[in-house]
Design a protein around this ligand. Structure first.
Ligand SMILES: [Zn+2]
Length: 226
């Protein structure tokens, strides 16, 4: 799973019960803020899916805690073919790209809006309320699914690799030419440009990592020996 933010972030409010303005309430998602304090940061889709609902019209001036209307501010909801729903709330006014409407299909990594503070949000700091729901409509903690991908980066253009000459074995040292995860089809960040260890090989699927910790599974055509 990729991150909904291109920048490093921290969780400012966890999933679960919390007390806000003296009221105990269930927080059905996680709140994310940029580590470097960026406001209006770009948000990207974490899944391939269809936009099932959105609102782009709440002005940035209509913000703050304690409001009772338009509580979630501007938002975009994306539903996967399996029926999982990904929710982004408190978006900046008019930040959803104009080519996105209800029914638009989006892909992993597509920009779907910008972080804001519309609705019942801290008036002084942009944050993203990020929520996952299963096909039954029940929310679950998205954090465990994000921790493997704290930083999201667009994949580089795939390098042209001569076909068929690549065989890899466990413990080979390899360089990643294109950071596409074999299993998710989504990109991952290349933290180690000097190379990764091959942990497992299954046909075209090569599991790579560092110090025995798995980073990703990559198609062998996107790898070369270091
Ligand atoms: Zn929240």
């Amino acid at each position: 799973m990729i991150s909904p933010l291109k920048k490093p972030y921290r969780v400012s409010s966890e999933y679960g019960w919390r007390t806000l303005n003296g009221v105990r309430q269930m927080h059905y998602g996680i709140d994310l803020v940029c580590l470097d304090g960026t406001q209006g940061a770009e948000l990207v889709s974490t899944v391939d899916g269809t936009v099932t609902d959105m609102r782009n019209t709440i002005p940035d001036t209509h913000t703050g805690l304690g409001i009772t209307t338009n509580v979630v501010g501007n938002y975009i909801y994306i539903t996967t073919p399996q029926g999982y729903q990904v929710m982004y709330r408190h978006l900046k006014y008019n930040s959803i790209p104009s080519n996105i409407q209800k029914g638009t299909k989006v892909k992993i990594g597509d920009v779907v809006g910008r972080m804001g503070r519309t609705g019942q949000a801290t008036p002084t700091l942009d944050h993203l309320h990020f929520e996952y729901r299963n096909p039954q409509g029940e929310a679950f903690d998205p954090k465990p699914y994000l921790d493997t991908a704290k930083v999201f980066a667009k994949p580089p253009v795939p390098a042209v690799v001569p076909q068929g000459q690549q065989t890899f074995n466990e413990k080979d040292k390899v360089v990643v030419l294109s950071a596409i995860n074999y299993d998710t089809g989504g990109p991952f960040k290349i933290y180690y440009p000097d190379g990764y260890d091959v942990i497992q090989v299954k046909g075209d699927r090569v599991v790579i990592g560092v110090n025995g910790v798995i980073t990703a599974a990559v198609d062998r055509k996107y790898l070369k020996l270091a």
